[in-house]
Structure formats: C-alpha cells, structure tokens
Design a protein around this ligand. Sequence first.
Ligand code: FES
Length: 110
Amino acid sequence: MTRFARHIFICINERAEDHPRGCCTSKGGKEVAQALKLAAYGRGLKGVVRVNKSGCLDSCEFGVSAVVYPEAVWYRGITLADVDEIVDVHLVGGEVVERLRLPPSETRGA
Ligand code: FES
C-alpha cells in the first residue's frame, strides 16, 4: 500500500545570478512551491498528495519546473497564476494540464 496517491516535486534550486542555466528560485520557484502546498492542503489533500520542494530537475531552461508521480508528468514555466489549475485539474481531478506540460521528448529521462 502506498502512503500517498501522488507526489509533486517543485524545483527551488538556486544558482548565482550569472549562471548560464539560471534557476527556478529566480523565476519564483519558492513562491510557487508554497502556493501549491497551501492550495493542495486547502483542498483537503494533506496525507493524500505530498507536495515537496526539490533540487534541480534538469529542466532549468523551461522556467519553474515540477514533476508529478506516479504519472511522471512534467510541468514547466509554472507561475502563481497556474497553481490553482494544477491543483484542481491534476492533483484533485487526475487530468494533465496540457498547456503547462513539458513534452516527454524534452524530459531527460525520456
Ligand atoms: S534549476 Fe529548476 S530545473 Fe534546474
């Protein structure tokens, strides 16, 4: 028996301002992670969905990145304006937010 139905990992990696790959923290990763947690738990998902901050997910060039398991769906370019949609559509509804999806061909593990 699994402990959580889903995990979402949101990158909050931080790099120097002049780093060529940039980082998710400079693009709002920490704020997105906090908002996702509040929104998910506000919908009663605590204990059902685990919202975790993560280190670099190796998708730096695509903006704030996250991955949802067990589906292994990657999101990119997440802003605070996208948080409710990700929670409602994916974490609650089980459907992928296609407009924010990082194509499988762009994920390193594909
Ligand atoms: S710094 Fe966030 S994916 Fe690399």
